[in-house]
Every structure is written in C-alpha cells, then in structure tokens.
Design a protein around this ligand. Structure first.
Ligand SMILES: O=C([O-])CC(=O)C(=O)O
Ligand SMILES: [Mg+2]
Length: 218
C-alpha cells in the first residue's frame, strides 16, 4: 500500500537528507577523516531529476563530481525511531546521484561555510525509478556502480557503509522528524570524479535497477 503511494516520491517535494563520508574509502580519497558520527546535509526538492532530463552543471562550478548512492524512501514517518523498528518505516529505495560541485565544496570547507551551493543546486539529485522494499531484501549488501561513457568509475557495496540504514534512520529522526516521501541518501563509495558536458552516466544496483543521465550546462 505505502510503496504504491510514494512511488513518485520526487513529485511530493519532501526532504532530501544526505549522509556524507559514510564509506571510509571515499572519505580517504578526499583526505577527510573517517567520521565517528554521521555527517548530515540537505538538498532541496528542486534538486530532483528523473531520467530523460540532463544534469546541469551550474555556472559557478568547473568541477561537478558524480557520487552514486543508495537512497532510502520513507514510507511511515516518525520521530526518535528505534533502530529495531527502523526498517518498518521504509517504503522502498531509489538509486541516486549526489552531484557535487567539488571546487565550490572545497572553497566552502576552507572558509568554514555551509555546503548548500556545492550540494543543493537544481538537478543535483538524479533518481531512478522507485524500488519497492521487497525487491531489495538486504539493502545493507547490494552493489552500486556507475559508469561514465562506458567506463566503470564507482563500484561499491552497501556492506561498506560505516553507519547502517537502521542506525541512520534512528539517528536522523532524533534530530529531524521523518515524513512519508522523505529521501535519505546514504553516502558514496570511492571513485568520484568530475563530469563533462555531453558525458553519459549509467548506473545501477545489482540487477535490480539501472538509470542513464546526460550532462549539460546551464
Ligand atoms: O561530499 C562528500 O564527500 C560527502 C558526501 O556527500 C559523501 O560522502 O557521499
Ligand atoms: Mg554524497
């Protein structure tokens, strides 16, 4: 029932909550410390993009990176959700891209400023079709991969996550009430790199879903 209702979650305009540095190999490739608590940031609903429309590099960036991530779509909202019941709040999943203006993020980091310009621009959250939760019985152990122009760039497994999906749902919901239709991006494995105009990004979760996006510029 729930999964049918939220199957076009990107049209609902709910929160997009992102977890950063949730894979040690990615934290290390950017010379970040491996966190002992989740790193959280937000995207706005105008960041959503579905297949058929291009990812648009903002005018103020010369280095937009792909980050392939497993997205968790909330079915039943809640505050201070217990880890033990967290999975009952999940409606399903989506494969997501956390497109990141890396040059802008580096600048924000050095100045101690928030990451909004680097992370939340329009088209910065391409998503696959909705995947009902029954189709991924163990979301803590699926392969997520991404190819750029046919070349494998990211090929990770969600078993490498530092903080598990139940832990993240519990942790986030203590701070921010989760609602039906919210999306949690669970972080990216290593292999991020800059995309160019006309690149084709092709990504998938095991044999469950795949998606393709072209890159353009504003
Ligand atoms: O920008 C970053 O490196 C943090 C992040 O989103 C991730 O690890 O997925
Ligand atoms: Mg990310």
């Amino acid at each position: 029932m729930t999964s049918r209702n939220v199957s076009r979650f990107w049209e609902w305009g709910k929160k997009i909550i992102c977890v950063g540095r949730n894979y040690a190999d990615h934290a290390k490739e950017l010379n970040n410390v491996v966190p002992t608590e989740p790193v959280l940031f937000l995207k706005t609903p105008s960041a959503y993009l579905t297949e058929g429309s291009p990812i648009l590099i903002p005018k103020y960036s010369n280095s937009v990176h792909h980050e392939i991530e497993l997205g968790v779509v909330i079915g039943k909202g809640g505050t201070a959700i217990l880890q033990s019941s967290a999975m009952q709040h999940v409606a399903g999943y989506a494969l997501c891209l956390d497109m990141t203006a890396r040059d802008v993020q580096d600048d924000c980091k050095s100045k101690g400023l928030p990451w909004t310009l680097a992370k939340a621009f329009n088209t910065s959250c391409p998503v696959s079709e909705f995947i009902p939760k029954e189709r991924i019985p163990d979301p803590g152990n699926v392969k997520i991969w991404l190819k750029v122009n046919g070349q494998m760039r990211q090929n990770g497994c969600t078993s490498q996550m530092i903080f598990s999906i139940p832990f993240l749902i519990s942790y986030i919901s203590e701070i921010i009430t989760l609602e039906e239709g919210d999306l949690i991006l669970t972080g990216t494995p290593k292999g991020v790199s800059a995309v160019q105009v006309h690149d084709e990004l092709h990504a998938g979760i095991d044999d469950v879903v795949s998606m393709t996006f072209k890159v353009g510029r504003l």
